[in-house]
Write a protein that binds this ligand. Structure first.
Ligand SMILES: *Cc1c(COP(=O)(O)O)cnc(C)c1O
Length: 386
């Protein structure tokens, strides 16, 4: 049975007419830059995420970049982040000529390890520590990082926090007995509408959630080249605007998001059940959900990621059997060629290095059938029995 890693058609088919209608209205309006679609989506996303405001931007990458620009991150500055994420998380830091400082991850959640974060800061002398301008935890695969600890450390050292929530829109986290959403926990919540995310557009897009109105104001200013008055520039920004066509598609899809989260969660639970019935214990391990007490969406499964022995061979075997999988991510940041001048070498970050060798994302998208999931697990069993 052919099983793709992702199929964007099932959710599209459901809403096709509504989406085409909404896009047509934008085109007919001739309002192609900013405008009511952006304002309306910003309100709805802020409401969905439980934040005071949201600022639409051109992509998840630009959400991170613009947030760093608002914090005035530049040459000589340091930004602490997870060593194991999509390239954008660290790339934006380097683009501003600041230096990313990598921190190893937790082996169970793949998210930044707060203990390592604390150690990294503790090892710095006072002068170096003063140069740390932000911490960027990533809510990888759709589950929040250990924000309680991270926020404690950030408060102690007075460092702003930017959540890379690109994979985690709607993921919940309990803090001080309150249910909160990814992106609402810190200074900036950066989201992506890249088509493969749980809430994807028909192209690139992103949004930043904030609780402080002055940050929203700064983001809006730098989103359009820093011009308060047209053609007069007090500060330097960029063109980081969200496209109204993307905004309208996202607005149509948003009311269905939690249902799609639930479908992904159902699929994840079905994999868990199927794997529990196999004799694969030890060869593979399934994703673990933390902080699940009283939360409906502790994990939104943008990816369902297993750890597998002989991962590359397993992936090839599955590919031969028409089952698509993906490795997010095969190389931690410290070993990326473009970051080698920072002095990273094999062995520096053992947890992310092992994860990079073992992780494998299985198809988990809404619309995946039970039979397809059974085929995936059967083939994995077959591989290890051979
Ligand atoms: C997708 C993603 C981004 C970047 O989002 P784009 O919209 O593709 O620019 C950043 N960080 C993480 C963790 C992502 O998954």
């Amino acid at each position: 049975m052919k099983v793709p890693l992702l199929d964007l058609r099932p959710p599209l088919e459901e809403l096709r007419d509504e989406i085409i209608e909404a896009v047509t209205q934008v085109i007919d309006s001739t309002r192609y830059i900013m405008g009511p679609e952006i304002d309306s989506l910003e309100k709805k996303i802020a409401e969905y995420c439980g934040t005071v405001d949201a600022v639409g931007v051109s992509s998840g990458t630009d959400a991170l970049l613009l947030s760093l620009m608002v914090l005035d991150v530049g040459p000589g500055d340091l930004v602490l982040t997870s060593n194991f994420s999509f390239f954008a998380t660290a790339g934006v830091v380097a683009r501003l000529k600041a230096t990313p400082v990598f921190v190893d991850i937790d082996p169970v959640t793949y998210n930044i390890d707060p203990e390592q974060l604390r150690l990294t800061l503790a090892k710095m002398d006072v002068g170096t520590r003063k140069r740390v301008k932000a911490i960027i935890p990533v809510h990888l695969y759709g589950q929040c990082a250990d924000m309680k600890e991270i926020l404690n450390i950030a408060a102690e050292f007075k460092i702003p926090v930017i959540e890379d929530s690109a994979q985690a829109i709607g993921a919940e986290y309990e803090i001080d007995g309150k249910k909160r959403q990814a992106g609402s926990l810190s200074d900036f919540g950066c989201f992506s509408f890249f088509p493969s995310k749980n809430l994807g557009g028909v192209g690139d897009g992103g949004i930043i959630t904030v609780n402080k109105p002055e940050l929203a104001e700064q983001l809006r200013l730098k989103r359009v080249h820093g011009g308060e008055r047209k053609y007069y520039h007090r500060v330097i920004g960029g063109n980081f605007r969200l496209d109204p066509i993307q905004a309208t598609v996202i607005r149509v899809k948003l009311p269905h998001l939690n249902r799609w989260h639930n479908q992904r969660q159902d699929n994840a639970e079905y994999y868990n059940k199927l794997f529990a019935e196999t004799s694969l214990g030890g060869r593979i391990s399934i994703p673990q959900v933390m902080h699940s007490q009283r939360l409906e969406n502790p994990h939104i499964y943008n990816q369902y990621v297993i750890r597998a022995e002989q991962r590359d061979k397993l992936q090839s075997f599955l590919a031969e059997n028409e089952i698509s999988t993906e490795v997010y991510y095969p190389l931690p940041f410290h070993l990326q060629e473009c970051f080698l001048d920072l002095g990273g070498k094999a062995g520096d970050f053992p947890v992310s290095e092992t994860a990079a060798e073992e992780v494998l994302a299985l198809p988990v998208y809404p619309g995946l059938s039970r039979q397809m999931q059974e085929a995936v697990v059967e083939k994995i069993e077959e591989f290890y029995q051979a």
